[in-house]
Every structure is written in structure tokens, then in C-alpha cells.
Design a protein around this ligand. Structure first.
Ligand code: NAD
Length: 495
């Protein structure tokens, strides 16, 4: 396809979505379009062309959103759990009906291939369904004190106004994974989506409005001034919760800022997932799992397999099999039929991946497939498998966030575990082996919050998602996800 045709297709796809996807910020139930103030251009990473313009929210806009969220908190928190569950259920139905539009929208602004975007649209909607079911399960506890003198009653109350900051890599799912439990718990929210992908967040805002969420309960303020805005909101004593998904670096800054007002923080941060393959593993299954763990979302996932450790007898065979599958992927504009690998989200992301590959080659690694310098329009980088990566290479300590698979061999279980744990991160890991005992032993020994055992995908709305070490604090999804938006009140009494 020529660049001119691709641009025409981008414009047509966006025009079709414009009939319902808003381009304004949402504060207190009112949509504000970009006016004479500063604005954000949203680009199609495949064509580098502007798709739409949204307002670049100011600190005042964000504080107005806190006013709205704070003003609607009491009424929303007093609605019945059943009512909140039904609103979320309607949001699930509406989002499912519009899943194809949302998928196309994500492909337009994020670049991901349409099959990945379709997967995310369905996954994202599931958080509304799951929390529509959890809304009515806010359970407490009653017990007799050990002394027998009194009763201990524990109830769980909504924590209050929550600031939700989300990244561009899963623009729908990272937002519904926060809004779903927050609303179920009875909290109101101010959302700050990534400036690369504000349109998906605004589309979700429209869906929630149509589902019956009252004005002020969900507010969405796209902004390029993230630092300024977050600092002001965390200093506002009405904000009682911060839920952040993004890089560890930004997470550290936000934790420090939240300390001043002692804001409760949930942090879903960076990852550096090891993918460990033992010689007794079913290699076909391991390669299949590797393709999911590495290439879902083009490698732009916090759970992405970032380092492949393969037991020496099968390392070469595994690398060849993986390279054959990676090399066969069709790269192109995400909206085009048959494309499996879209562009990276922006030029700095593509340049970072290119530099990482160049650097590790200079250290002696070689590309079995891919690794060519990308040319032309769009932020593309080919699927790449690297062999001969030195075990101490800095690449293995860096979140690649792209379609690059470094392979390192190991000689025994202890070495594999030591290599897997040699990182500050601890989000996800993957283990492939034919020996279940060993699989469970290694899964326990690896320091990550989630382990895929003979499985390349861990994400599930019903499971507690999150990391240990510097990959985060708290859990999203599952039963635990709603607890992040509730605080306990203990009442001592006797009767
Ligand atoms: P990022 O940290 O640069 O940005 C994330 C969000 O924070 C964006 O909305 C951004 O605008 C905002 N932001 C940036 N600087 C800020 C500041 N100083 N104060 C407040 N907000 C600020 O991350 P990204 O590049 O958008 O996303 C990729 C990162 O997110 C990767 O590290 C990835 O591993 C991580 N991630 C983690 C999970 C998880 O669940 N653990 C899920 C998806 C992505």
C-alpha cells in the first residue's frame, strides 16, 4: 500500500468513528472541545499523520475535575451496590457492542495490529463485567475479640476520589481495570490517559455516560502536562487514591509526591519478564507460548517476555524455531487485513529499540532474524531474534518494549532461577517444562507477582494482576482489585 492510500484510509477510518467518539475532555458531565488553548495532536503511528486534536488539559481543568468528582462522591457512594453493578453491566454490554469500533480506534492511535486491538477490546470490556459482579460482594467481618469482652466489626468503605493515570500500550484495558473496581466500590474518578492515546479513553467515557454513570463520577482530562497536573492533584486533600500504570521511573516520582498527603497508591509498573525453557519442555508449545508472551501487542506489554533463558541442549533448536515464527509475521499498518505486527507507538520508542539492538550487536550478539534498520514512513521495527547475547548484557536489564527476543542459554535449574531473578523488576515470568514438580518449584523461586507455567498469557480479569520488587504495589483484577478502592473501618462494640 502506498503512503497516500494509507493516509486516505486513516482519514476514512477516523471519520467513521467520529459519529460517536468524542474529542473533548469530560468534566462534570460536560464535554469540552479543544478551543483556542493548547491542544494535543493524536497521530497514527503507521502514517505519522494527525488523526484528531484533543484539548491539552491544564491544572485548572484537572482541579475542576476534582471538584466534580468530589461533588458527586457522596451521592454515588450511597447508591446501592446492585445499582452500581447494573451500570457497569450496561457499560460491558455497550462496550461489547462497539468492540470493533474500539479496536479500530486503538489501532489508529496506538498502531497495534487489529487482532491485538480486538483482543484488548474484549479483555477491557471484561473488567466492567467482572466488577459488575463484584460490586455486590463488598463483604466485611464480625468476630468475637479473643478476650471475649467485645465484638470486632470490620466494614469496607469507598476510599474517595481516585486519580487514575494510564499508559498508551493498553489504552482501553488499563483504564477499565481501574474504573471498573473504583465505580463498583463507590468511588468517583479523575482519569489522565496517556497523551498518545486519549481517544480510546474518551470513547470509554462516552460509553459510561450512556450506561448511566451520573455527571461528575467519571472525569477524563487528557494532558501533556502530566507532571504538573499530578503534582497539583496529589497536593489536593480531596484526592485519596492514586492508581498508576506506567514506567517504574514515573511511579517512583509519584510515590514520593503522594507521601506528602499520604495518598493510598496502587502501582502497576514496568516489567522484565524472563521466559525459561527447560530441555524437557514440549518445544512446540514453548515456541507457541513465546509468540504470545513476546509478540502480543508487538512486544509493547509490561508482561512481555523480555529475556529468553533456554537450557543448553535445546537452545539452538528453540532459537531457530522462534526465529522461523517471528520471521513469518506480517508487519504493516495495523488496520490492514492479515497484518500481525504494527508499528511502535512513536519515534522515540522505535529509536530506543533500534539502539538496544545495535548496542547488543556491538557486544557480540547476532540477529538470527530481523534487526534491519527500518526505513520509510511509520515507526516500524521488524520482529527480531538475537542469539549469542552475553548473560551480563545491559539489554537483559532493560525493558525492551518492542518485538525483540534475546536468547541466552543456561546449564541447570539453579542458574536459570538466578538469571531470572537478576533484575529490579518482578512483574511476570514464564516457565516451560515437562516436569510439573520442577515447574512449580521454579515458579515459587522466581521473584515475580505472576507466573505463566507452560502458558504464555497470564492476564485475566478474574486474577490478581501485579508485581513484586520494583514492578509495583497492590493488585488489579480479581477480588483484590476492588479492595484497592476500599478502606477498612473497624468498630469495637459489645452487646
Ligand atoms: P509512562 O510512565 O511514561 O507514562 C504513563 C502515564 O503517566 C502516562 O499517562 C503519562 O502521560 C503519565 N506521566 C508521565 N510522566 C508523568 C509524571 N511525571 N507525573 C504523572 N504522570 C506522568 O509510561 P508509558 O511509556 O506510557 O507506558 C509504558 C510503561 O508502562 C512500561 O514501563 C510498562 O511496563 C508499564 N506498564 C505497566 C503495566 C502493569 O500493569 N504493570 C501495564 C502496562 C504498562
Amino acid at each position: 500500500m502506498t503512503t497516500a492510500t494509507a493516509r486516505h484510509d486513516t482519514a476514512r477510518a477516523w471519520t467513521e468513528l467520529l459519529r460517536w467518539v468524542p474529542t473533548g475532555s469530560l468534566v462534570g458531565g460536560a464535554w469540552t472541545e479543544a478551543g483556542s488553548g493548547r491542544s494535543i495532536d493524536v497521530l497514527d503511528p503507521a502514517t505519522e499523520e494527525r488523526i484528531a486534536t484533543v484539548p491539552d488539559g491544564t491544572v485548572d481543568d484537572a482541579l475542576a475535575a476534582v471538584d466534580a468528582a468530589s461533588g458527586s462522591l457522596e451521592a454515588w457512594s450511597r447508591t446501592s451496590p446492585r445499582h452500581r453493578g447494573e451500570v457497569l453491566r450496561r457499560a460491558f454490554v455497550l462496550m461489547t457492542e462497539r468492540a470493533e469500533d474500539i479496536a479500530r480506534l486503538m489501532t489508529l492511535e496506538n498502531g497495534k495490529a487489529l487482532p491485538d486491538a480486538r483482543g484488548e477490546a474484549a479483555y477491557a470490556a471484561e473488567f466492567f463485567r467482572w466488577y459488575s459482579e463484584e460490586a455486590v460482594r463488598n463483604v466485611g467481618e464480625v468476630m468475637t475479640a479473643p478476650s471475649g469482652a467485645n465484638r470486632i466489626l470490620v466494614t469496607r468503605r469507598p476510599i474517595g476520589v481516585a486519580l487514575l493515570i494510564t499508559p498508551w500500550n493498553f489504552p482501553a484495558a488499563m483504564l477499565t481495570r481501574k474504573i471498573g473496581p473504583a465505580l463498583a466500590a463507590g468511588c468517583t474518578v479523575v482519569c489522565k490517559p496517556a497523551s498518545e492515546t486519549p481517544l480510546t479513553a474518551l470513547a470509554i467515557g462516552r460509553i459510561l455516560e450512556e450506561a448511566g454513570v451520573p455527571p461528575g463520577v467519571v472525569n477524563i482530562v487528557p494532558s501533556r502536562r502530566s507532571g504538573e497536573l499530578a503534582r497539583a492533584l496529589l497536593a489536593d486533600e480531596r484526592v485519596r487514591k492514586l492508581s498508576f500504570t506506567g514506567s517504574t521511573e514515573v511511579g517512583r516520582t509519584l510515590l514520593a509526591q503522594a507521601a506528602d498527603t499520604v495518598v493510598s497508591c496502587s502501582m502497576e509498573l514496568g516489567g522484565n519478564a524472563p521466559f525459561v525453557v527447560f530441555a524437557d519442555a514440549d518445544l512446540d508449545a514453548a515456541v507457541e507460548g513465546a509468540m504470545v508472551a513476546k509478540m502480543r501487542n508487538g512486544g509493547e506489554a509490561c508482561t512481555a517476555a523480555n529475556r529468553f533463558y533456554v537450557e543448553t541442549p535445546v537452545a539452538e533448536r528453540f532459537s531457530e524455531m522462534l526465529a522461523a515464527r517471528m520471521g513469518a509475521l506480517r508487519m504493516g499498518r495495523g488496520l490492514d487485513e492479515g497484518v500481525q505486527l504494527g508499528p511502535l507507538v512513536n519515534a522515540p520508542s522505535r529509536d530506543k529499540v533500534r539502539e538496544l539492538v545495535d548496542d547488543v550487536r556491538a557486544e557480540g550478539a547476532s540477529a538470527i532474524v530481523g534487526g534491519e534498520d527500518p526505513q520509510g514512513t511509520g515507526y516500524f521495527y521488524p520482529a527480531t531474534v538475537l542469539a549469542g547475547v552475553p548473560p551480563k548484557s545491559s539489554l537483559l536489564r532493560t525493558e525492551i518494549f518492542g518485538p525483540v527476543a534475546p536468547v541466552v542459554s543456561f546449564s541447570d535449574e539453579d542458574e536459570a532461577v538466578a538469571m531470572a531473578n537478576d533484575t529490579e523488576y518482578g512483574l511476570a515470568s514464564y516457565v516451560y517444562t515437562g516436569d510439573l514438580g520442577r515447574g512449580l518449584r521454579v515458579a515459587e523461586a522466581i521473584e515475580t507477582g505472576m507466573v505463566g507455567l507452560n502458558r504464555g498469557l497470564v492476564s485475566d480479569p478474574a486474577a490478581p494482576f501485579g508485581g513484586v520488587k520494583q514492578s509495583g504495589l497492590g493488585r488489579e483484577g480479581g477480588h483484590d482489585g476492588m479492595l484497592e478502592y476500599l478502606e477498612q473501618k473497624y468498630i469495637a462494640t459489645s452487646w
